[in-house]
Every structure is written in C-alpha cells, then in structure tokens.
Design a protein around this ligand. Structure first.
Ligand SMILES: [Zn+2]
Length: 469
C-alpha cells in the first residue's frame, strides 16, 4: 500500500529533517535593506531562499527563484495545481533566550530557534512530505508546488510579486497558524488619525500624550504630561486622578513648575485580540477625565475616552457588529503620539465577514470631525472565508482527524495569514489545539514529535488533493 510506503519513508528521514531545519534556522533571515539583485529583503533572506531551492534541486524537483522575492519547487504533472505556501523570513530574535536564537539547539525533544515554528519548521515538514511522495512513486494527477515567501512578516510584497508572474494554485494551504484549520479570517482596516493638539489654553494644559509602539499591538504603557496653573491645582488634580482607583495609574509631580506626569500600565496583546489585553492608552484617557480641559490637545483625549472608552468592540464609534461566521468586530488603538502641535493615532480594526469597510469609514470620519480629527491614511484587507462544506476544507479536515483523532471544528480568527493570497486556500497547522504559542517569542521551538506529525499530515493532505482521480 502506497500510503504506508511514504509514511515509512518520513519516519526514516527524521535525523535529516532535524539537521535541515537546524541549517535553515542558522540563517538569520530577518528583513534588512535590499542587498543587490535577487536580495530585495536583504542578503540573509536571499540565502534562506537559495538554501531551500538548492535542497529542491538536489532531490530532483523543478525549482524557480523569482528575483529573491519568492520561489518555488514543484513536482508532478497535470493541469491543476496544488500549492503550499510557507515563508522563510523571521521576526527579530529579541532578548532573553535559553539557547542562542539561531543555533537550532535540540533539547527535551524540541528544536529551539527563531523561526523554528514560524515558519521554517512547517517549511521543512512540507519539503520532506513532498520528497516522500516523490520517492514512493505515488501516481499524482496534479502538480504540487511549495511556494516560499520571503516577506510575510512585514509587507507581503513577496506574494504580490510572485502572483504577478505565476498562476494561482487551484487548491492551497498555508501551514502558518493552527490545526485543524482556519476557514474564516476577519477583514482588516488600518487607519491613521491626525489632528491639531497645541499645548495651550486656560486651566490644565496637556503638554504631551504618548503610548503604544505598533498598530497591531495593544499598548502596554502610556504617559501624559500636564501643566497646572499653580501648585494647589496640581495637588487637587493629582488627588482627583488617583481617587478614581483605576489600577496601573501613577502620578508624579515633575521638577518643572506645576507639571504632573501621569502614567498608565496595561497588558499587551496581539491587535487582533484586543479583548485579551488591557489598553494603557484608553486607560490613561479615562484616568485624566477629572482634569480634562476644553482647549488644545484635550479634544483628542476626549475622543479617545468617549469613542474608545474601555471597550474593544467599536461601539463608541458606532461600528460594532458581528456575524455567526466570524464573531464580533474588534478595534485596537495601538499608537498615540503628540508632536509639534499635532496628535497622531494608529488604529487596527478586524471586521466580520458581513461588515462593509466603506460604511465603517464614513461613520468613523463623521465621528472624528466633531473632535477636530481626520483620517489621514487607510488600508484594507478583505475578509477571507471558505465554507465548511468546501472540498478543500473537507479533505484537510478528514486527513487531520484521521491522523490525530481530534474532532475539533474549523477555526475563525481575526489574525491574517497568506491563505487569502491563494484564493481557494486555508491556513492548516502547525499549532495543535491547546499548545502554547511560541511564534514571535523568546525560546520559540518546534517539538520533534510535532515536526513528524505535521509531515505525515501534510504528506497525506497533498496526496489526497493531488492523487490521480
Ligand atoms: Zn508566520
């Protein structure tokens, strides 16, 4: 039986798979400035792409490098194309690792390293899944392509370039999220707001208001500097702010005359799940309510307090909505900065399948106007959805359930994956239900056992999708 044959082959490959993943982790493929022809995202990412394509050539696959933006290796013949989309770029390592982040150290049955899980481990799994299919000589009726993206973490320029030159697969999956699979991804709208925020007026003057680092991250801390007319007003203001008993709020009189610094401590979370965090910026706006003035930058703070409040569902802006497929809209105010008489904000909205981005934008712009603010930038991503009875969804679910015995249902998420660029595609693994998330964190790892399970699942899935009918 041919399936048994390719699964046997996978088991025998384990030592080589580990060393291939270690070699790939050892290439620190963090995005950098262009480094000449065929290295638009820097030399290391180009090197990672060259590494996997050389591997493909060594094992008899057809390969193609699209000017360093992306590449693929291909096997089989037929009209239809099955695509697997993985990425070779990684986010920066950060601090505090147990093992050097680009060492690929194996300990306690886990391979540690930046990219081990996101997304080099899954890339190695599909490479060896395809190798096992090829070497077992199974008859396929379709072509299979592993597409390697090189800019998933920052701009998706890779796929833009790739699909300008290459056709879209008829079916596809991307092993860059969770099992059993993700069939619904919310729409996304990224916005920048701006308004006048001068440090003037009678009464309490807002000199600065700052918090957050990135649009798609819930701010962990925020800070405001206020100037009071005199020392007595400062003492009263400080007492009124603290008397509210909001946790994580601190106030400190500054050496400058009559100035008070108020800071807020929150809890960070991914911008697609803001309800899991505690937004320090909106908390700070709330804390300042007892001393809020009328003029200068205060209108913008009042906007934050009234139109975000402590909610993350957009109701303050009148855009809250939900549907059965994707759940509720979420909104994250990720960055606020006052600078040179202006205030700027960055906002990340994840919207259900049924939401209309144009209507939302009009509502938000109307609301902003009454606070002297406006939208200065907007970019949107349409939602992505395949119904559960879709052929691809059914095939992948069945393979996953067979291999693991887990009957979990397909997942809807606010996160975005490469799946939408495939058209008829879903995210499929590598995270198993209940596992801790290590992608983008220190001590990222991929368990050897999971590497093997993923490879079996991907081999069976590719076979089921591409086999001769
Ligand atoms: Zn990824």
């Amino acid at each position: 039986m041919v399936i048994v044959d390719f699964l046997d082959r996978i088991q025998q490959e384990q030592p080589e798979m580990i060393s291939t993943l270690q070699e790939l982790i050892a290439i620190p493929s963090v995005k950098a400035d262009p480094a000449g022809a065929d290295a638009p995202f820097g030399r290391e990412i180009a090197r990672a792409l060259e590494y996997v394509l050389a591997w493909g050539e060594r094992h008899g696959f057809t390969t193609k490098n699209l000017s360093g933006y992306a590449g693929h290796l291909e096997y089989g013949t037929g009209e239809e194309l099955v695509g697997v989309l993985v990425h070779l770029d990684v986010v920066p390592a950060g601090e505090g690792w147990r093992f050097p982040p680009f060492s690929g150290t194996v300990a306690d049955g886990k391979i540690y390293g930046r990219g081990a899980n996101d997304d080099k481990g899954p890339a190695v799994a599909v490479m060896y899944a395809l190798k096992a299919l090829k070497e077992s000589g199974v008859k396929l009726g379709k072509k299979i392509r592993i597409i390697f993206g090189c800019d998933e973490e920052s701009g998706w320029q890779c796929m833009e370039h790739y699909f300008k030159h290459e056709r879209k697969p008829d079916y596809g999956f991307t092993p860059d999220a969770y099992f059993p699979l993700i069939n619904s991804e919310k729409g996304q709208m990224a916005l920048k707001f701006e308004g006048r925020a001068t440090a003037d007026g009678d009464g309490v003057v807002l000199l600065a208001f700052t918090g957050g680092t990135r649009r798609n991250v819930v701010p962990e801390s925020a800070e405001a500097v206020l100037a009071f007319p005199d020392q007595e007003a400062l003492e009263q203001g400080k007492a009124a702010i603290l008397a509210q008993g909001i946790n994580g709020i601190a106030a400190l009189a500054l050496p400058e005359r009559n100035q008070l610094k108020v800071s807020a401590q929150g809890v960070s979370a991914h911008g697609s799940t803001p309800e899991q965090g505690d937004n320090a910026v909106t908390k700070l706006a709330q804390a300042l309510a007892p001393v809020e003035g009328e003029e200068g930058a205060w209108a913008a703070v009042r906007f934050i307090r009234e139109c975000f409040g402590r909610e993350t569902d957009g109701r303050g802006l009148g855009i809250n909505c939900q549907d059965e497929v994707s759940g509720a809209l979420t909104i994250n105010l990720g960055v606020v900065r006052t600078e040179a008489g202006k205030i700027r904000m960055e906002v990340d909205i994840r919207s259900p399948q049924s939401a209309n981005h144009e209507t939302m934008k009009t509502k938000i712009a109307d609301r902003l106007r009454s606070y002297g603010l406006q939208i200065t930038e907007r970019s949107t991503l349409a939602p992505h959805y395949l119904p559960v009875d879709n052929h691809l969804v059914q095939v992948l679910l069945q393979v996953y359930r067979e291999e693991t015995g887990d009957q979990s249902k397909p997942v809807a998420t606010g996160g975005r994956t490469y799946a939408m660029t495939l058209g008829n595609g879903v995210a499929f693994g590598p995270g198993f239900p209940g596992q801790p998330e290590t992608a983008h964190q220190k001590d990222e790892y991929f368990a050897v056992e999971d590497l093997m399970t993923c490879t079996r699942i991907y081999a069976k899935a590719l076979y089921a999708l591409a086999k001769e009918e």
